[in-house]
Design a protein around this ligand. Sequence first.
Ligand SMILES: [Mg+2]
Length: 389
Amino acid sequence: MKIRSLGLHSLSIPFKVSFRHSSAERTATQSVLAIAETESGELGLGEGCPREYVTGEDVDSCMRLFAAWETELIGEINTLADLERWNRERENQIDENPAAWCAIELALLDVLAKESSQSVESAMGLPELTGPFQYSAVLGDSSVETLEAQVHQYVGLGFTNFKVKVSGDPAIDNRKFAIVTGAAPEARIRLDANNLWRDADAALSYLESIECELFAMEEPLPAMEFDGLLQIARARSLPIILDESFLNRSHFTHISKEPEAFIINLRISKMGGLVRSLQIASEAAEKSIPLIVGAQVGETSILTRAAMTVGNAAGDHVLAREGAFGTLLLERDIVEKPLTFGSMGRLDVSQLLDRNVHGWQMNYDLQNIRSAGSEDLHSLQLPPDSGRL
Ligand SMILES: [Mg+2]
């Protein structure tokens, strides 16, 4: 494969509703889109979601990394082995710029697979995607009224697996949990605190007043406070889901002694792409640490699709999947058939992916890419033989 051009662009798609995270509130996506084009006219897309509060990145830092690497990438990446070597040799720089690298790597994987007329899975020696993918309901930290409406929608669709983002006020949160358990008595509920409490004692005293059976708790403390996290896990026999506290494989050293206390929330973007995510998934399996395959709020179908590769390969080690909100959350997506879950929270790959298309197996929507991208994308032109981007 010979790369003709490689670009990184900012991608901003309005949300249908504004989305609140305890660290930020947004009305549009804050993403980067990589576009690779080969000499033979194949086109590949990759996406990354830089988040200051997760990896310390923003769109500008992604652009800086890309500017520094662009020429070498075009000259040096011709095969999957080249891409894997790049991952090894630049591990430290990717640790600092995971979302930027994620976008670039996913676009390169798309074109590498297309050049060999394969899906990304078969190009990487992984099993093809099969069966429906089951997703969790995710309830943001919104008002009780909003949450109640969302719960009824989710329960109406048949969801039984819920992630609830909490406010930290037990009175409010107990009302929210009661709404979920009232509407879905069998619901399996996990809580996401988004780094809410200062220390283990504060988190434990909150848990004392929570009247709901939880199966796990995500990020109660400031990121990387592993001693405090272990203290909570032991005191409550409650597994801790690591999100902001697990970004790359160096973080295994903090959890390997008591793997039963932890679950890793694996999100491709914060982990620096698919190759690294697959390595983390396989090391987690060796250590018997289960995974939740997570998503970025506002991701397009590109990241949803890449997460399916790792979720499929990790099989039974995946406790839950998040994401596939597609156009439920975004005004529009950049593919013709957005990867959005349907009833029971299931996404049927046979309906939404096109086996006749290689790479990510999706037809791209050029019009929407133009309107969502930064100015340099507004006039994006593609060679006439490239089909639909
Ligand atoms: Mg989280």
